[in-house]
Design a protein around this ligand. Structure first.
Ligand SMILES: NC(=O)C1=CN([C@@H]2O[C@H](COP(=O)(O)OP(=O)(O)OC[C@H]3O[C@@H](n4cnc5c(N)ncnc54)[C@H](OP(=O)(O)O)[C@@H]3O)[C@@H](O)[C@H]2O)C=CC1
Length: 453
């Protein structure tokens, strides 16, 4: 039997809950489906969805003032960079404060999302072991996150020790006395290498191009407090980049002083790697930096400088693929890990299929997911619309071109945005949207004749 509803939200992580709350405030009926038995997504340690990569010691690397939602500040007694347990508590309180938990169906997998010929979406869900249910929706908001499907590299040779992805890493307890190589110098790689360096016998951190590692505090301030928002907004990019480089030179010094390779690209041309601990652990001689891993050889690994090390465990901290297991690949091609969406939110052909939180900002994601959610909720409430298709196509082309020009080429740089620029962009889109014809949603007619397109 199919039941009529209006909007389906997929996921109750930080993006899903703000999408749900925004719909509720606009009076748009919705169902939110969450695979795990609680909210919080990646911030729920040992989430029974099996999708959270959070390790026991995880602290966020954006400050509490920058990461919170606009109408729900984080408690003043939280530290600058809260532990994941505090962040989860914040999300739990948010959900209760805005009374959205009753519209979230937990332990429910979204199996498929299919477009119907009448413009609606047919969403098939399954709660636990119950039979699947199919429901028609006028619109779907995808907020399933993009840090749950490990990206595995492929190296020549064979390895007989333990091979794992950072997604599986939880605590350093099992690594006493081991020799471990961590591949990748993103935030996971650095955090895990630092933690393991206090437990394992030797830790090698392998990087193929280095990173402009930024300490959590710069000139005595949480790094995202250093430059006022007007600098991010109005200074020409190259000027801002030079100022940032200067602040790093003063605060941190040169990378090579710590034994880190100098990347070929400049700061702001990569997703930021933020770690204060890495500098200490390098200075203590507890981590050895290695170039690209090139070959596996039973209980040894080889690197591009010809060096070779015996190791017990390889941890690939090589990032994540973007994936929507419930959507047909031909509806949204993610084969090169990029997605083509208007303003990173609206599907180019199906204007009632939205994505919230599918961005990787220089800065915190939550306020940006909030702004996206407000925009989408206004459209779904009939208060706002989209520009002409040609305008949307142009914007998507421009974004892809700018991204390619600015960022080091990597599958992890396909959804990058700058915090303030993107916030302003979506705010402007909301203002303009009120002048466009309201978004036309398909009518909800429960008809067995509506076939999958
Ligand atoms: N404390 C916090 O708040 C934390 C936040 N995060 C966030 O989670 C997200 C995911 O981070 P993370 O898991 O670090 O993943 P990232 O994608 O950010 O980093 C992956 C790293 O692995 C390298 N890599 C990828 N493929 C290969 C390969 N085949 N060979 C060698 N190196 C490779 C990348 O290098 P290259 O650049 O050359 O592609 C990069 O250094 C990010 O948004 C991050 O900011 C993660 C951990 C902690």
């Amino acid at each position: 039997m199919s039941i009529l509803k209006r909007v389906c939200v997929i996921g109750a992580g930080s993006s899903g809950i703000v999408a749900a709350k925004s719909l509720q405030q606009q009076g748009v009926p919705f169902d939110c489906f969450e695979l795990g038995s609680g909210v919080g997504g990646v911030w729920r340690y040992d989430n029974d969805s099996g999708l959270s990569p959070a390790y026991r010691s995880l602290h966020i690397n954006t400050s509490r003032q920058r990461m919170c939602f606009s109408d729900f500040p984080m408690p003043a007694d939280y530290p600058d960079f809260p532990h994941h347990s505090l962040i989860l508590r914040y999300f739990e309180n948010y959900v209760d404060h805005f009374d959205i938990r009753r519209n979230i169906r937990f332990r429910t997998r979204v199996e498929s999302v299919r477009p119907l010929v009448d413009g609606c979406w047919e969403v098939t869900t399954r709660q636990g072991e119950s039979p699947s249910i199919t429901t028609r929706y006028q619109a779907v908001i995808v907020a399933n996150g993009h840090h749950w499907k490990p990206r595995w590299p492929n190296f020549a040779g064979e390895f007989r020790g333990r091979v794992m992805h950072s997604h599986e890493y939880r605590t350093p307890d099992d690594y006493q006395g081991q020799r471990v190589v961590v591949v990748g110098i993103g935030n996971s790689g650095c955090d895990i290498a630092c933690e393991l360096s206090r437990a394992a016998d030797r830790v090698f951190l392998s990087t193929r191009r280095g990173a402009h590692v930024i300490p959590k505090y710069l000139l005595g301030k949480p790094l995202d407090h250093l430059a006022p928002s007007w600098m991010w907004r109005y200074l020409p990019f190259r000027v801002f980049q030079r100022l940032f480089e200067a602040a790093l030179r003063i605060s941190r010094g040169k990378l090579k002083r710590y034994g880190l390779p100098q990347p070929e690209h400049r700061i702001l041309e990569e997703h930021p790697t933020i770690s204060s601990d890495l500098f200490n652990q390098l200075g203590h001689g507890e981590i050895s930096i290695k170039p690209q891993l090139t070959r596996l050889d039973h209980d040894h690994v080889e690197f591009s400088d010809g060096s070779r090390e015996q190791v017990d465990t390889i941890i690939y901290a090589t990032g994540y693929d973007i994936a929507f297991p419930f959507l047909r690949q031909d509806l949204l091609d993610t084969s090169d890990n990029s997605v083509r969406l208007y303003r990173r939110v609206v599907h180019p052909n199906y204007h009632n299929l939205f994505f919230v939180g599918l961005i990787q900002p220089w800065g915190a994601i939550m306020p940006l997911a909030e702004e996206q959610s407000l925009w989408v909720a206004e459209m779904l409430a009939g208060a706002s619309g989209l520009p002409a298709q040609a305008v949307m196509d142009q914007e998507m082309d421009d974004y892809a071109r700018k991204l390619q020009k600015r960022y080091a080429s990597s599958p992890r740089h396909t959804i990058q945005v700058d915090f303030y620029a993107y916030l302003d962009e979506i705010r402007k889109e909301r203002r303009l949207g009120r002048r466009y014809p309201a978004l036309r949603l398909p009518k909800l007619i429960d008809s067995d004749a509506a076939r999958a397109a």
